[in-house]
Each structure stands twice: as structure tokens, then as C-alpha cells.
Design a binder for this molecule. Structure first.
Ligand code: PEP
Length: 256
């Protein structure tokens, strides 16, 4: 069994302008002493317009946290008005990029095929894609959540080589838990994260599956993160609302 360093990723969504972003990163850095970074990887995922400002603070103050983006185009350049390419994100020093967040799947019609193309584009530019999957409430209530999530993993990693899959992070985010305050139980998170890892073993091999981090996301905060990451197949968290509060985010990173 590989020793996977937990990852806590703060998805700011469409919140905070670039001045507010600078202030939040500085406060997180102040609240999270360097000793914790031996045990947990911490990244923040601000809106595109904040990334340059966040980069300046992280580089200037030699902070140990990393940063990334919430989406990217599957294309490198060209007539794609409004889109941002992996090349641009790499140039700004982004370490991670979210692909296939349920809000992108629902509001922007992103299919597994598009998500796989975006994951590949990220990897091509040396950025780790955080590939999101997760079931809506009616699927869970029908008891089909594991099959649904496994199918999404297979679709969202389709066409990637074993080596490329090894350069991804997966995030299990049940749609009914995102931004609702309704968190999955640690056992529920473990059930799906273990199934995600099995799916990765089938797509790549067991060694890759043992290396890839599988996160849980959905109403994670300092009160529940310990129990969630205590599960063997839950390797950290993708955090929305709680990532906008410096003390709360720093506390949950320290607990992880
Ligand atoms: C998310 O946006 O990925 C998320 C998990 O949000 P929240 O933590 O607010 O549920």
C-alpha cells in the first residue's frame, strides 16, 4: 500500500476579487504553520482573474501552499472565446486544475468525454487534473451510486494511458452534498472512494491505483474532515464554502 500524502484543495468557485484573494492567501499562510506542510498538501483554486495575484503572493512570500484553477479548455489556443488553456495556466505556475465539477457538468453541459479531454490537456501541460465525479440524489436513493460513479470514472479517464492516469487526482463529490451542509458519512465516502480506486486499477493497474489520491468533497469542514480522511481510501478533501474562511480552512488542513 502506497503512502499517499493527503491533499486539501480549496475551491473558491466564483468568489473573491483579486484583492480579496491576496488577503485570504496571506491569512491562510499565517494560520497554517510550515510544519503542517510535511504531512498535507494544500492548494487553493481561485477564479482565473485572481491567479496572477495569488502567484505573486505565493512566490514573493515563498509560501508552501500551491494554487491552481477551476477549469480549463481542452484546446491549446484558437477561436474559443472566453476559454482558458492549460498552456496559460502552466505559465502562471498552476499545480492543479479541477475538471468535471458537477456545476460545470450541470450548468455547462460538460460530458465525460469533454472531461477526459480536459484532463488530458491538463496533463499535457504538467498540471494535475482533479477529476470530479459524483451521483445526484435520485441515483443514491435508487442505490445505484457506486455503479454511477464507477461509470463516470471510466468515462472521465477514457483514452488516458496508465501513466497519465497516475498523474491525476480523483474527487468523489456527491451532488446532494455540495454546498448543502449535508455531508456523506465517512463510511459512504469510503465505499465510493474504494470503488473509484478499484476502477482505476482496472483502467491502469494496481500500482497506479495505490498511488492516485482520491478525495471526498461535499460540505467538508473542520468538524468532519478528520473522520473522512481517517478512512483508508479517502486521501483528502475538495472543499468549497469552508475554503473561503481562513481559520476554518487552516484548521481543517491541520486536522487532515
Ligand atoms: C465544491 O464546490 O467542490 C464543494 C465541495 O463545495 P462545498 O464544500 O461548499 O460543499
Amino acid at each position: 500500500m502506497a503512502n499517499r500524502t493527503p491533499l486539501i484543495a480549496g475551491n473558491w468557485k466564483m468568489n473573491l476579487n483579486h484583492l480579496e484573494a491576496i488577503a485570504l492567501v496571506q491569512k491562510i499562510a499565517f494560520a497554517l504553520p510550515a510544519k503542517y506542510f510535511d504531512k498535507v498538501d494544500v492548494t487553493v483554486l481561485p477564479p482565473f482573474t485572481d491567479i496572477r495575484s495569488v502567484q505573486t503572493v505565493v512566490d514573493g512570500d515563498k509560501l508552501l501552499l500551491t494554487y491552481g484553477a477551476q477549469d480549463l479548455s481542452q484546446h491549446d489556443s484558437g477561436a474559443y472565446t472566453g476559454d482558458i488553456s492549460g498552456a496559460f495556466l502552466a505559465k502562471l505556475g498552476c499545480s492543479y486544475v479541477v475538471v468535471g465539477h458537477s456545476e460545470r457538468r450541470t450548468l455547462h453541459g460538460e460530458t465525460d468525454e469533454i472531461v477526459a479531454a480536459k484532463a488530458k490537456a491538463a496533463i499535457d501541460h504538467g498540471i494535475v487534473p482533479i477529476v470530479c465525479i459524483g451521483e445526484p440524489l435520485e441515483v443514491r436513493e435508487a442505490g445505484e451510486h457506486v455503479a454511477h460513479c464507477v461509470a463516470q470514472v471510466k468515462g472521465s479517464l477514457a483514452g488516458l494511458s496508465a501513466e497519465q492516469i497516475g498523474r491525476t487526482v480523483l474527487a468523489y463529490e456527491p451532488v446532494w452534498a455540495i454546498g448543502t451542509g449535508r455531508v456523506a458519512s465517512a463510511d459512504d465516502a469510503q465505499e465510493v472512494c474504494a470503488a473509484v480506486r478499484d476502477a482505476i486499477a482496472q483502467l491502469a493497474d494496481q500500482a497506479v491505483a495505490d498511488e492516485v489520491r482520491v478525495l471526498y468533497g461535499g460540505s467538508v469542514g473542520s468538524k468532519n474532515v478528520g473522520e473522512l480522511v481517517g478512512k483508508p481510501d479517502v486521501d483528502g478533501a475538495l472543499v468549497g464554502g469552508a475554503s473561503l474562511k481562513s481559520d476554518e480552512f487552516a484548521t481543517l488542513c491541520a486536522i487532515a
